[in-house]
Structures are given as C-alpha cells and as structure tokens.
Design a protein around this ligand. Structure first.
Ligand SMILES: Nc1nc2c(ncn2[C@@H]2O[C@H](COP(=O)(O)OP(=O)(O)OP(=O)(O)O)[C@@H](O)[C@H]2O)c(=O)[nH]1
Ligand SMILES: C[S@@+](CC[C@H](N)C(=O)[O-])C[C@H]1O[C@@H](n2cnc3c(N)ncnc32)[C@H](O)[C@@H]1O
Ligand code: SF4
Ligand code: SF4
Length: 318
C-alpha cells in the first residue's frame, strides 16, 4: 500500500495516475483544429530508453496508465519497441488518426498495447478530406484500421468525434448507428472543439447537445477522470468530453503530460511551466516529477480571477 509520500498528489488534491505521452510532433494529416497536445512543435523525439525510464519512475509513484498521443504516434516505426520497454501497467493505450493502423494493429497488440482510440469526425469521404487536409480515400484506410484493431483485440476501440459546427453536427446519430453496428467493440467519444488553429470558428453549444443525449439515455455512467459522463442510448455507448470553462473537468484531471522532446507538462493549455528531463540523469527523475506536480494548477476554476490569469499564459503574455 502506497502512502501519500509515494504518490504524485498536487496541492489541489489531484493524484496523478496517468501519463499522456506525446511521441512525435510529426503527422501524416493536417486537421483544421489540431492542438498537437499543446506542444510547441520541437522536432526532437525521446528515445525508447528515456521513455522507459520516465514511465518506470512514475510507476513507482502509483502511475498505472499511459496514453500515447502526438502528432501521429504511428509514424514512429519504433512504437512497438517503446511498448515492449514499458513496465507492467494497468492500461496502455494510444490515440491515432487510424490511417496506418491496419498494418500495425496486430504487432502493437503483441507488443503490449491494450486498446486504441481512433479519430474519426465524419463518415463522409469529402468532409473527411476537408477536415484533415488528407485524401477522401484515407477514410477507407481508417475504417479498415478500426476493423483490424477490433480483430486484434485492441478493444474497446473509442471513436473520437470532434464536434464541428456546420460540418458534422448532424452526424451524431449516424455515428451512434456505426458504433451499434460493431456489437460492443466500439464506444463513441464526442469531443468539444478547443480553440486551436481554426477550432474557434467551428465551436458550438456542446452542453446543449450533451443534454439532448442525456435525455435519450437508458443509463448514465461517470468516469473518475475529468468526471466525464457516458450515456447508453439504444445499446450504443457515447462518452462526452466537454473541457471548455468546465471547472469540474479540471478539478478531476489526474494526468501529467510529456512532450515529444522530453518535457514534463502539467497542463494542455499552459506552456510556461514545463520541466525538461531530456538530458537529466534518471536518478533525478523522482525529483523532477515532484517539481512538475508542484506546478499543476486546474486551468478552469470557478474563480473567474484565476481563469483570466491562466488564460493570459496561453497567449504568452506573462
Ligand atoms: N482539456 C483537456 N482535454 C483533454 C485532456 N485529456 C484528453 N483531452 C481531450 O479529450 C479528447 C479525447 O482524448 P483521447 O486522446 O481520446 O484520450 P482520453 O479520452 O482522454 O483517454 P481514454 O478515454 O482513457 O482513452 C481529445 O480531444 C483530448 O484533447 C485533458 O487533460 N485536458
Ligand atoms: C492531437 S490528436 C493526436 C493523436 C492522433 N494524431 C489523432 O488525431 O488521433 C489527439 C486527439 O485530440 C483531438 N483534438 C485535436 N485538436 C483538438 C481540438 N482543438 N479540440 C478538441 N480535440 C482536439 C483529436 O481529434 C484526437 O482525438
Ligand atoms: S491527425 Fe491528430 S495530430 Fe494529426 S493533425 Fe489531426 S488531430 Fe492533429
Ligand atoms: S487542468 Fe484542465 S485543461 Fe489542463 S490538462 Fe487538466 S483537464 Fe486539461
């Protein structure tokens, strides 16, 4: 049993149980809203060894989940090697655009990946190409990737749908039907778009949409992380991610981020408080992890004053 000294608990009582690790800032798509995990875009990438060392250290402090993201994690050819170098964990997952998934799903599973989230905002090839600046045919690659991931046992596969005003807001029921068609292997995750790149112009009233789904739900569940709710509607599960101005979401944020070039990042939306461990001695990792935890502040709070201060840091006005 770990005591409080052995855990990574911040001064707001939030215990970090999960690492969200960006593997690269490179990507084979170019989405109109991409936040790139709030990363500033360095071309440097952590080695297999340093990823293994930082996760192993964090695991000693009670971290038992790792989510890989990016950029597009599957552009890293050594992703399987990274997975094999991890310590024993409760949950290892990746979020991917799915374009390269078909050829990797089985090898990723064999290397230790538990499950996968696949970003898919629309089932319409032309809209898909518009959103991603990719080719309409890429949509087929993604659909094949999802099917192969199910076959490989990377389940439940979550389908990440970012809600975009004027583009896909009328596709929620089609997406629910798509999820239903895969008999319990898929979960739909509807995401409120955050203000990155052109994101703001596609923002819509996500709270209203969530309320409508809630009224249709046969069952409602709530996750510990972010207190995100999920709804069962005629046999399809849909989870809602609504971070903007959501104090409850931030009050229950239990993940620490790691940038592609090896920096500890306490919050998606803040970049002036990172701690670089890329050239540090692994013996110093416990101290660096604790220092990063000290810097964790909920971004959105009920106190308007703090939100305004924090919002200033996002646009670099210190
Ligand atoms: N603001 C904010 N958004 C987050 C955070 N974590 C995830 N998100 C957003 O939630 C959406 C879904 O993220 P995923 O990468 O699928 O991961 P997840 O849903 O958080 O993780 P699992 O449900 O455990 O697979 C993305 O749009 C993320 O940007 C967070 O800590 N803060
Ligand atoms: C940054 S992507 C990286 C992983 C991978 N390339 C992908 O697209 O799945 C991680 C997740 O963040 C979501 N995302 C990106 N920009 C966003 C934004 N502005 N608001 C909300 N979610 C966003 C994506 O849809 C994806 O599900
Ligand atoms: S696929 Fe992922 S990382 Fe690439 S541009 Fe789209 S959201 Fe960003
Ligand atoms: S504090 Fe809020 S905005 Fe920042 S990473 Fe956590 S949930 Fe996201």
């Amino acid at each position: 049993m770990k005591t409080s000294n052995d855990l990574l608990t911040d001064k707001f009582g939030r215990t970090v149980r999960s690492l969200r690790i960006s593997l690269t800032n490179r990507c084979n798509l170019d989405c109109i809203y991409c936040h790139s995990e709030g990363d500033e875009g360095s071309r440097n990438e952590m080695t297999v060894g340093i990823i293994s060392d930082i996760v192993t250290t964090a695991a000693k402090f009670g971290v038992n989940k790792v989510k890989f993201s990016g950029g597009e994690p599957l552009v890293r050819k050594d992703f399987e090697e990274i997975l094999r170098a991890l310590p024993e964990l409760k949950d290892v997952s990746v979020t991917t655009n799915g374009v390269l998934l078909k050829d990797r799903a089985y090898s990723l599973k064999e290397a230790g990946l538990d499950r996968v989230n696949v970003s898919l905002d629309t089932l319409d090839p032309e809209k898909y190409a518009y959103i991603t600046h990719g080719r309409p045919e890429n949509l087929n690659d993604v659909l094949e990737g999802i099917n192969t991931a199910i076959d490989a046992g990377l389940t439940p596969v979550k389908i990440n749908m970012v809600l975009l005003k004027g583009i896909n807001e009328n596709e929620i029921d089609d997406m629910l039907e798509f999820v239903r068609g895969h008999k319990g292997d898929l979960v739909l995750q509807i995401i409120q778009v955050m203000d990155f790149r052109d994101g703001a112009q596609y923002n819509l009233d996500a709270e209203e949409i969530e309320k409508k789904l809630e009224r249709r739900a046969d069952e409602i569940k709530m996750r510990k992380m972010h207190h995100r709710k999920s709804y069962i509607i005629d046999g399809a599960e849909v989870e809602f991610v609504r971070p903007i101005d959501n104090a409850e979401f931030c009050a229950n944020c239990n993940r620490l981020r790691i940038t592609a070039d090896g920096k500890l990042k306490p919050c998606l939306l803040v970049n002036d408080n990172l701690i670089d461990f890329s050239n540090a001695d692994p013996e110093d990792f416990p101290e660096l992890l604790r220092a990063s935890i000290e810097r964790r502040i909920p971004f959105y709070t009920d106190s308007k004053e703090r939100t305004i201060i924090e919002k200033r840091t996002i646009i670099g006005d210190k």
